[in-house]
Each structure stands twice: as C-alpha cells, then as structure tokens.
Design a protein around this ligand. Sequence first.
Ligand code: NAP
Ligand code: ZN
Length: 359
Amino acid sequence: MAQTTPNHTQTVSGWAAHDTSGKITPFTFKRRENGVNDVTFKILYCGICHTDLHYAKNEWGITNYPVVPGHEMIGVITKVGSAVKGFKEGDRVGVGCLAATCLDCEHCNDDQENYCEKLQFSYNGVFWDGSITYGGYSSMMVADYRYVVHIPENLPMDAAAPLLCAGITVFSPLKDHDLVSSPGKKIGVVGLGGLGHIAVKFGKAFGHHVTVISTSPSKEAEAKQRLGADDFILSTNQQHLQSARRSLDFVLDTVSAEHSLLPLLELLKVNGTLFIVGAPDKPLQLPAFPLIFGKRSVKGGIIGGIKETQEMLDVCGKHNITCDIELITPDRINEAMERLAKNDVRYRFVIDIAGSSNN
Ligand code: NAP
Ligand code: ZN
C-alpha cells in the first residue's frame, strides 16, 4: 500500500517493485505539493542503475516495498517554490541519489553531503516530512532545490541521465585522487557496465592510460574502439593478470557481484589505491599480503556531493561526454532488468518516461 502523508496530494503514475521477485508494475502514488524550497519537474528520462536491481529484489535486505526505483532522473521544471534560488520554470534539470541531508553537519557544510549521517535517498528513503521517497521511474518529481542540478544545454537528456548516479560515482574518486586535472597516470577500471564505461570515458578525457579489467571477452573490441581504452585484461586469464602486475596507479572497482580482490591489488604499483564503488551483497575478502608487500590502500565511496555533481555535469558539457545508452519504453523495464542481471547491456538502459502511454 502506498503511504499517505498530509500535503501529499499530487497523484503520480510510476512503476514499482512489490516483492523480492523484483517485478516492476505500474503504480500510482502521491507526491507532496511544491513547497517553498521545492522544484517540480516533469521526468523525461530515467536511467536503470544496478542499484535499482539490488533494491527491487531486496538483495541488500533493506528494501521497503513498494519501491519506485530510479535515481538518474532528468526533466524540465514546471514549478518553482518562492525560496528557490538558481532555478526557473523550463530549466533542464536532474536529480540523482540524494533527497535530504541534515544541511548542518561537517559534511553538509563541506559540500560532501553524500557523507551526512542523516542522508536520505531519492527512493526507499524517508523525507523530512516523514514520507517515503519514491524515485524516478515515474512521471514527475518534487525535489528540494538543494539536491537539484542543471543539465548543460549541449548534452542530450537521455544520454545524460545516467551521469546523475553512474557519472558522479566514478567522477568523485577520480577528483579525490587528483586524476581530473593531472594527466598521465595509469588507471584500471574493473567491470565494464554502466559505471565502468563512464569511468573509461572520463579516464581518457582526463589524459590517462586506461586499462579495462573485465570478465567479458566480447567487450574487448568495444572497450578499445568505442570507448578508447588503451588495454584490456580478461580477469579470468592468469597470464593477462601476471603480465600487468604492479603496472597501475589507481584501480576503480565497479563490480556488482562477489569477486576476488587479490588479483586487482596485485595490478597496483607500490602505494597504489584500489577504490571500490561496486556494492556486492556479500562481503569481499581482503587479503593482507598484497597490501603489506605493496603499501597499497583500499577505499570506498558513495556518489558525490551536489556541488561536485554540477561540476561533473559541466565537465561533461565541456568534453561532450555522455553515456552509451539503450532507450526503452516503460513496458520493457522488466526485460531490461533481466538483461542487466545477465550483464547484457551496452552500457545503460534509460527509460523514456515521457514517451510512455502512462502519462
Ligand atoms: P552494471 O552495469 O551491471 O555493471 C557491473 C559490471 O560488473 C558488469 O558489467 C560486469 O562487467 C561486472 N560484473 C558483473 N558481475 C560480475 C561478477 N560476478 N564478477 C566480476 N565482474 C562482474 O552495474 P552498474 O550500474 O555499473 O553498478 C555497479 C555496482 O555499483 C552495483 O553494485 C551498484 O549498486 C553499485 N553502485 C554504487 C554506487 C556508489 O555510490 N558507490 C553508485 C552507483 C552504483 P564485465 O562484463 O566487464 O566483467
Ligand atoms: Zn545508481
């Protein structure tokens, strides 16, 4: 049953999962009236992140059904609250994973609200008014303007949508490790999916030597020819792994399922960093030897702050970076989810929300 909260009077059509089968069906629910700090926008496109799949099937054990997934939503503003700054009706905007934070802790004050302890996500979260948040697999969004970003005019909205989660999630660690403005490093990207393919594009745009580390032999030609990767390591091939030992400065791990960290750590030079953004449901084993013999670090991170998300979008505007997408109508969400689970997507499904008949 959809919850009811006073002031939530706007009827919205969307798509939700209702149980661990993860099956998505049309779902009607309520959103709040546009408040003084809110913008309302018509959602045109929404990416399908692997996180949506983890939630739809309750793989992390934290899903509250019904869940309306989607945190890569993009559209056009139809209403602006009286206290909103920097946005007007007609603007092309996006919302990613964040719906609310405390706005007052050290992380919020440092533009890293993604590390706020009171952070609430744009779906399966609880907003300030106590309502459950529903995501972007829906026809319209009401969002506090502090979690809304502008989409550069030169970027097509459908292919830009996945930047709102996948893009910022891989941009933020690159920025943190001085890999956005200092070229010439050797970086590895593990898992060539939604996150991974954007990481490759960023790595090349920022002047690095990029190696893709993948379980899929069929992705080698695409990685090199389409995405511009310099090298390709098949992670099931011991010889490939051996010959690349101690060659990389930084490795970004985007893998969504259980996998071994040992070979990835051994790819790093002394002092290198393995940065984990993929979120498998089972714990990964951390072997001590490659850490101590190589003074290597393992870190993780979640998305990025809103200011950084805007910066990332502006960088994408400047370099014309968008995602390689497969556009689908909402009636094909289940098919897309099944294909995503089978690692059969090049490289992000995006739902054409406004093109649906459900509006
Ligand atoms: P995706 O499109 O499915 O890509 C994941 C890639 O991982 C696949 O394309 C595949 O690449 C590789 N892979 C899949 N299963 C594997 C296995 N069993 N062993 C080794 N490699 C495997 O997913 P995504 O949308 O990019 O998301 C990736 C992960 O990041 C998910 O767990 C998601 O929840 C998480 N995520 C985290 C954040 C954050 O803030 N930290 C944000 C967004 C998403 P190859 O075919 O090349 O091997
Ligand atoms: Zn995501």
